[in-house]
Design a binder for this molecule. Sequence first.
Ligand code: TEU
Length: 543
Amino acid sequence: MEKIGLAWWKKALVYQIYPLSFKDSNGDGYGDLKGIVSKLDYLKDLGVDVIWLSPVYQSPMDDNGYDISDYDAIDPIFGTLEDMNNLIHETHQKKMRIIMDLVVNHTSDEHIWFKEALKSKDNPKRDYYIWADEPSDIGSVFGGSAWEYSSITNQYYFHLFSKKQPDLNWDNPELRNEIYAMINRWLNKGIDGFRLDVIDLIGKDVKNKQLSDGPYLIERLQEMNDRCFKHRDIMTVGEMPGISIEKAREFTSQKNPLLSMIFQFAHVGLDEVPGQGKWMLKKLDLLEFKEVFESLQTKLYQKGWNSLFLANHDQPRAVSRYGNLAYRKESAKMLSTVLYGMQGTPYVYQGEEIGMTGVQFKDIHQYKDIETINIYNIMKNQGFSEEMIMESIYAKGRDNSRTPFQWDDKKNAGFSTGKPWLDVNPNYIDINAAFDVKDPSGVFQYFKKLFSIRKKYDVFHEGNFIPFMKNHPELFGYYRFYGDEKVLVIGSFSNQSLEIAIPDQIQECLITNDSRVKVGNKMTIPPYYTCILKIGDELHAND
Ligand code: TEU
């Protein structure tokens, strides 16, 4: 396919598809590959350059595909290998790229390696996994112990996620060879890279309880890079929930990058009581939020590379979490402006572009996510009230972002003709793509314009980051400077109007969510207002 120069991924817009919930083509209630192909024009219209596909490999679906039982097969729920080849081909035909999810911290317990490993201590695959005679006190991310007893050999195996997701033993060179060969087989099929699931865990030392950012992480990333990535024109984005901003800079260093970019999570946990996990809620302090972004933007500037995201399939919907549903469209636009005005590769999670919201199912049985079901039972046993548990699930449960895509106001939101695997959010009558795309004041058209502006001016890719009204508790503002190009990005997180003073010479308003507001050096801005202003010298469009 046509190359658009080195490091094309720096300017690319990446769109995450959660295949189970995107589009069902055959009426079985599960989204599939043919469904995705049928929506490629929709993505192209938005301005998408790269599709990131959450896992579609063969899987018993204990964790919706993040538990892989065969890396070389496509799960029949999603289609066939031929369908996958076709999706790669069609995506390239439309001058977009496609990256897959790579889940190699663990497999499914139904993977042939694990089935073999279970059989005996001297099985050739035994050492592909992590075993102990006695469990330590390490907990699983999904609740309970990270160790599961197997009576066949009277030992415990290690699983940081569900017990159907045994962790692979990366200390074993034979296992590493198998993984690298598998990665190369996929890359040879013509995909354009990978999102690497919890890749910060592959250097762990379980005995010494060093999990994320373990002692062998760098050498393993280096080895993977040498064996699979280095000589290819691809992008890689490593999911690293336990990594510091400094490490993010090191791993994406411009001199010797191990990965194109990483997802780090410093900004994600700010609405949690520190140290008490994701379910103990705390009101977001915008000053803290701004500080984390400033730190990310300035520390990586000209040294590493950022990824820009607020939501994904594990996180709640951004507009419900950081915005205000009474100002749904306004706040969805404001959040995207403030986020994508920064330096880094932008990521949109499916549905974000039409302002899809979180969901509040009444009955716990409507929830399908293993983490949500586990935490419900654990909190029940600990004596928490039903109301408090549901409040946490409404705020943080992963099914918030996994409800089927709302295509139109017809049956099942146009997602499927059959019964969807997870209930549709009842608000699809008002919030759906068919309606939003046609609405000139809709979120979709705004996103489209925002991304076309981003592509037009180098300042968004190359500019530095200087906070504006840094100590304001309800306004997120910053300047970007690059040569003659200067912009000021402003977003209000307030449900009241605010008075602001802009000390710069304002040349033009590039985009705003409310064109009725008069732009000037003294402004009264309505709730959730946002704009990007060209200031100072003339900006030069480069196209
Ligand atoms: O997530 C890794 C991870 O540690 C978290 O994002 C975690 O799932 C979440 O915070 C729990 O609330 C990745 C995948 O994105 C996720 O879907 C998988 O469940 C997980 O790895 C295991 O593969």
